[in-house]
Design a protein around this ligand. Structure first.
Ligand code: FES
Length: 139
């Protein structure tokens, strides 16, 4: 497990009660790069992160691009067959995978930035400095 916190974006880049997807890449134990799409939900000062993969058939939740929430805005929704997930726990409350869970991603807000921990991100070298920004944090 990595204890490095990687900045994903500023907290204010996501409006409260909205969700946004990020297509990250991580290094597995063998050092191979692997796609790691996640969805980040912001609720006031809280953030929740999940792997963007439905426990039903593994589809991206935003089957319709960047569409993560149900019409009430109170649950995450998989666009493929309509499974609904609690924002704070990732538990499926209705749909074909009822009571399964989205896989959580460890997020922290540090100095106004949303950071991911517990993974080793494969960093892109040509991106601008902000995206390559990483700092160590104490657990
Ligand atoms: S793949 Fe998500 S509900 Fe079927």
């Amino acid at each position: 497990m990595s204890d490095v916190a990687y900045v994903i974006c500023a907290l204010d880049d996501i409006q409260s009660q909205r969700a946004q997807g990020f297509d990250l890449a991580v290094l597995d134990e063998a050092g191979e790069e692997k796609n790691f799409p996640i969805v980040v939900v912001r609720w006031g000062k809280q953030v929740f992160g999940y792997v963007n993969s439905c426990p039903h058939h593994g589809a991206r939740l935003d089957w319709e691009r960047e569409q993560f929430l149900d019409p009430t805005g109170l649950r995450l929704m998989c666009g493929k067959h309509g499974a609904l997930f609690e924002l704070g726990t990732g538990r499926c409350s209705a749909g074909p995978c009822k009571n399964d869970h989205l896989k959580p991603v460890e997020l922290q807000v540090i100095d106004g930035d949303i950071c991911i921990t517990g993974v080793s991100l494969a960093e892109e070298e040509d991106e601008d400095e902000d995206e390559a920004d990483a700092s160590s944090v104490e657990a």
